[in-house]
Design a protein around this ligand. Structure first.
Ligand code: OXD
Length: 309
């Protein structure tokens, strides 16, 4: 079995190769470079160039070394290629802690207390009502479910929205376009964990952000293009949104001088909410490769290419 590895430049290739050899000793693994003969079975990729798939049309499957497959599916892929994504692989717990941090920072007004400390101001702010702070999670896949489980510990009313109906414990679940407005109108904190597809591109536009409860807060850790950034700015400036924590933006890295860098109600992080954990990711890849080699049931993480996730 032959495997191609085409990973991000900042991921140390020796460590990835070492762990792959350990987990899949039967595989011959090569690091991708242009011009390799078309004789590989599987590709492990993160941000691969089109050339890889043009030169390797016989590949059986591509494993995306990250959760979101939007960039991979935007390439011209061989028609029969199976695409698999990382499902949790150590990212779920990181995203859960990221969301809880942003949520509690907003709810407990830690930014205001930071400003008070700067001003040597020992003022107690009145406690806020948890009942007035329903947390709505958009996207109830593996990661959304993990985040919901963590947020539930803090006893906020919990809402969820997904394309097809889900039923999660302790959560009021909404489904499909028909229930999106009601979901938004009920949420104060909106956590976005949706995949980026044609259907979700720009889903958080002016009209939808305006549906949220006044003083709402947005936490986006999925993809920047889900949000119309000018509409977000308008809602922040008008005060309908109290603030936003964004781990993702439309253009990454965010260009110098972009308004998001300096907006007083925006907290930014450079796409770090769920970092790929090599060991966990490769364990999932190894299981997937073995499942594909065996045939039979679809391996976990198999992407429905037509659906986009
Ligand atoms: C992603 C990831 O898909 O970091 O953004 O895994």
């Amino acid at each position: 079995m032959r495997i191609l590895l085409c990973n991000r430049d900042d991921r140390p290739v020796d460590a990835w190769l070492r762990d792959l050899h350990r987990l899949l000793p039967e595989a011959q693994v090569d690091v991708w470079r242009p011009g390799l003969p078309p004789e590989y079975d599987y590709a492990l990729v993160w941000g691969p160039p089109q050339q890889l798939f043009d030169e390797q049309p016989q590949l059986k499957a591509a494993f995306n070394l990250g959760a979101g497959v939007d960039r991979l599916l935007a390439l011209r892929l061989p028609p029969g290629l199976q695409v698999l994504r990382l499902e949790d692989a150590g990212m779920g717990v990181q995203m859960a802690e990221y969301v809880c941090h942003a949520l509690i920072r907003f709810f407990r007004e830690f930014d205001a207390y930071d400003r008070q400390q700067q001003a040597s101001d020992w003022t107690l702010r009145p406690p806020r009502s948890r009942a007035d702070c329903p947390v709505g999670i958009m996207g109830l896949g593996v990661l959304g479910t993990r985040v919901a489980q963590a947020v539930r510990q803090f006893e906020f009313p919990l809402l969820g929205w997904s394309r097809s109906r889900r039923d999660l414990p302790g959560m009021r679940c909404f489904a499909g376009d028909g229930e999106l407005d009601d979901f938004l109108a009920a949420a104060r904190v909106l956590v976005c964990l949706l995949p980026l597809t044609e259907a979700t591109h720009g889903i958080l536009n002016r009209a939808r952000l305006a549906r949220l409860r006044p003083g709402a807060y947005l936490i986006n850790l999925a993809r920047g293009a889900l949000v119309v950034e000018d509409d977000l700015r308008e809602q922040l400036d008008q005060g309908h949104l109290a603030g936003a924590t964004l781990d993702v933006v439309r253009q990454e890295p965010l260009p110098p001088g972009h308004w998001l860098w300096a907006h007083p109600r925006v907290t930014l992080t450079p796409h770090i909410s769920g970092m790929t954990v090599r060991e966990d990711a490769l364990r999932q890849v190894a299981q997937g490769v073995r499942a594909l080699e065996r045939g039979g049931d679809a391996p976990s993480g198999l992407v429905q290419r037509a659906r986009g996730y």
